[in-house]
Design a protein around this ligand. Structure first.
Ligand SMILES: C[S@@+](CC[C@H](N)C(=O)[O-])C[C@H]1O[C@@H](n2cnc3c(N)ncnc32)[C@H](O)[C@@H]1O
Length: 486
C-alpha cells in the first residue's frame, strides 16, 4: 500500500502524533535473527489479495533479454499504435489534447477507461525503453541524474522565490520585472528558469520574456504541487544522501530511529516535524498531491473496493490505528448494517467524534483510545474485521509482528484482517516505469522510517494469495484479506 495516508487533514491531525510515539515505544534490542511473523497456534491463515490491477496491465516489462535487431522498430511501432489509440480516444470524446502549452490540460489522460489506461502505460513504457536504447549505457551513466539533480535545485529556488505565482497565467513577463517582483537576482533568475524551461517548465517565447507552460501552471495555482518539489528537495534529498551511512551504521536494524532521515536531521521523521510545524503542513500537502486525491476520495474508494455488504448484520469492524476515522465513517455511510470501533490515541477523540457527528454515523462508529501494541480490548474479541490502512508499511517486520499478534489473539474463526497498503509486484510482472515507483516508495520507507513496502509473502508461510480485485485510492494500493481458519 502506499506509504502515505493521502489525507491532508488526517496527516495534519494525527500523523504528527505518530512517529513521536515510536520514540516512546520500548526499544527492543536489535536482533540479527530472522523475524517471525504472527502465527496464532492451531490456526491456518489464508490471504486474499483484493485489487491491484497490476496483473491486468500491459506486460511490456521484460525487454532486458531481447537482443533482436528489430527492438528499436518494435518499440517505435508500440509507440505509434498506443498514440493512435489515445488520439482516437481524444477525438471521439472531444477531449483537450495533451500539450505543452499553458492552456494544455493538467491531466489529459483519464485513467477510468481500462483500454486508455493500458495504452498510456504502454506508451510510457515504450518511450522510456526507446529513449534508453537511443542514449545507450555509457552516456546514461556519464550523465547519471545530472539533469534531475540540478532541475530539482533550480525548481526549489524558483518555488522558494514564488516565481510560478508571479508569472502571469496568460501572457508573458520580462525577466527584469519578474526579478524585481520576487527579489531573485536578475543575473541568476534566467539561469534557473532556463534549466526549468529545458525540462518543460515555463517557456521563453521571445528572449527575455517568460510565460507558463502546462507543466509550470499548476505550480502557480496549487500549493500541493509546490509541496511535491519542496519535499523532494528539503527532506528526501538530504535523507537519501545519508543512505550509505545508515546501511553501514545500522544494518538490518528494525528500529524506527535508525534511519537515513535521522542521520540527516538528528531526529525521527515526525519528531523533526513536531519541532518544525511548517514542514508538517507542507508534508501533508505533498501526501495529498502524491496520493492523488482527498481523504474523502480515498475513503470512498475503499468503501467501494471491498465487499463490505457481505458481512453479517451488525458486524463489527475494528479500524486499528484509524486516525480520526475518515475511512470508517465513509464505510459506515455506505453500509448502514455495520458497526465500527476506531482505535487510535486519545488526543484524536475530539476530532474523531466531531467527524462522526458531522457524517451522521455517531451511533455506529465509536472511538476508543488504544495503543495497537497492547492486547485488543475484550469487547472486540471475535470482531468481523480488523482493518488497517497505512499502518504496517510504516513499521519493520519486528514491529509488524507486535502489531499483528494482539489482533490475531483477538480473532475468532469468522474474523479477518483487511489490510490496505501497497503490495510490491513480483519481479518482471509489471511495466518497469511502474515498478520503479513502487521500488522508490519502498526505499522511501526504508530511509525515512526503517520500514518497508511488502509483497505480503512476509507475514506467515500459511498466507496464500488467492485473488487480486478491487481498486482503492491508488493504482498500487491493495486490500489484503487475511483469514484464520482454526
Ligand atoms: C499513517 S496514519 C494512518 C491512519 C489511518 N489508518 C488512515 O489510513 O488514514 C497512522 C496512524 O497510526 C496511529 N498510530 C501510530 N502509532 C500507534 C499506536 N502505537 N497505537 C495506535 N495508533 C497508532 C497514528 O496516530 C495514525 O493515526
Amino acid at each position: 500500500m502506499t506509504c502515505w495516508s493521502g489525507m491532508h487533514s488526517l496527516v495534519l491531525d494525527c500523523m504528527d502524533r505518530y512517529l513521536p510515539r515510536q520514540r516512546h515505544q520500548p526499544t527492543p534490542s536489535i536482533s540479527s535473527q530472522p523475524t517471525h511473523h504472527v502465527r496464532p497456534d492451531a490456526c491456518h491463515c489464508q490471504a486474499i489479495l483484493f485489487h491491484q490491477n497490476l496483473n491486468t496491465m500491459v506486460a511490456t516489462s521484460d525487454i532486458s533479454a531481447d537482443t533482436s535487431a528489430s527492438l528499436l522498430t518494435t518499440l517505435a511501432d508500440e509507440i505509434s499504435s498506443s498514440a493512435t489509440l489515445l488520439s482516437s480516444h481524444f477525438e471521439s470524446r472531444r477531449l483537450p489534447w495533451p500539450s505543452f502549452s499553458a492552456d494544455g490540460p493538467r491531466q489529459p489522460i483519464c485513467e477510468d477507461n481500462e483500454e486508455v489506461s493500458r495504452a498510456r502505460i504502454a506508451l510510457i513504457e515504450a518511450t522510456r525503453s526507446l529513449h534508453a536504447l537511443a542514449v545507450g549505457p555509457v552516456e546514461t551513466t556519464k550523465h547519471f541524474c545530472f539533469n534531475e539533480i540540478y532541475l530539482l535545485g533550480a525548481m526549489q529556488v524558483l518555488c522558494h522565490f514564488e516565481i510560478p505565482q508571479n508569472v502571469p497565467l496568460q501572457g508573458t513577463i520580462t525577466f527584469h520585472h519578474l526579478a524585481s517582483k520576487t527579489g531573485l537576482s536578475e543575473a541568476l533568475l534566467p539561469r534557473f528558469l532556463r534549466m526549468a524551461i529545458a525540462n518543460f517548465y515555463f517557456a521563453e517565447p521571445e528572449p527575455g520574456l517568460v510565460a507558463h507552460s502546462a507543466w509550470s501552471k499548476p505550480l502557480a495555482t496549487d500549493e500541493k504541487m509546490r509541496a511535491c518539489i519542496w519535499f523532494r528537495h528539503a527532506e528526501m534529498l538530504p535523507a537519501v544522501s545519508k543512505l550509505v551511512d545508515m546501511v553501514k551504521r545500522y544494518p538490518d536494524s528494525p528500529e524506527p530511529q535508525d534511519t537515513a532521515f535521522s542521520l540527516a536531521f538528528g531526529d525521527v521523521f515526525f519528531g523533526y516535524k513536531e519541532r518544525h510545524p511548517e514542514n508538517m503542513v507542507k508534508f501533508g500537502q505533498f501526501v495529498d498531491a502524491f496520493s492523488g486525491g482527498s481523504s474523502a476520495d480515498s475513503a470512498e474508494s475503499i468503501a467501494r473496493a471491498y465487499p463490505w455488504e457481505t458481512l453479517p448484520n451488525r458486524a463489527l469492524v475494528v479500524d486499528v490505528g484509524g486516525g480520526i476515522g475518515h475511512i470508517s465513517a465513509a464505510i459506515a455511510q455506505a453500509h448502514p448494517h455495520l458497526r465500527f470501533q476506531v482505535q487510535d490515541f486519545e488526543d484524536l477523540r475530539g476530532a474523531a467524534e466531531e467527524l462522526m457527528e458531522s457524517k451522521g454515523v455517531k451511533d455506529r462508529v465509536e472511538f476508543v483510545s488504544h495503543n495497537f501494541f497492547d492486547p485488543q480490548p475484550e469487547p472486540v474479541r471475535g470482531a468481523a474485521v480488523y482493518f488497517m490502512r497505512n499502518i504496517l508499511h510504516n513499521w519493520s517486520d519486528l514491529y509488524c509482528q507486535r502489531i499483528l499478534k494482539p489482533i490475531a489473539n483477538s480473532m475468532g474463526p469468522e474474523s479477518r484482517i483487511v489490510n490496505c497498503d501497497i503490495v510490491l509486484p513480483e519481479p518482471n510482472s509489471v511495466p518497469k516505469a511502474q515498478d520503479a515507483v513502487t521500488r522508490a516508495l519502498d526505499l522511501t520507507m526504508l530511509s525515512m522510517f526503517n520500514a518497508k513496502e511488502r509483497s505480503f509473502d512476509y507475514a506467515d508461510s500459511r498466507l496464500e494469495i488467492t485473488d487480486v480485485v478491487g481498486k482503492p485510492r491508488m493504482r498500487m494500493d491493495s486490500l489484503v484479506e487475511v483469514r484464520l481458519l482454526c
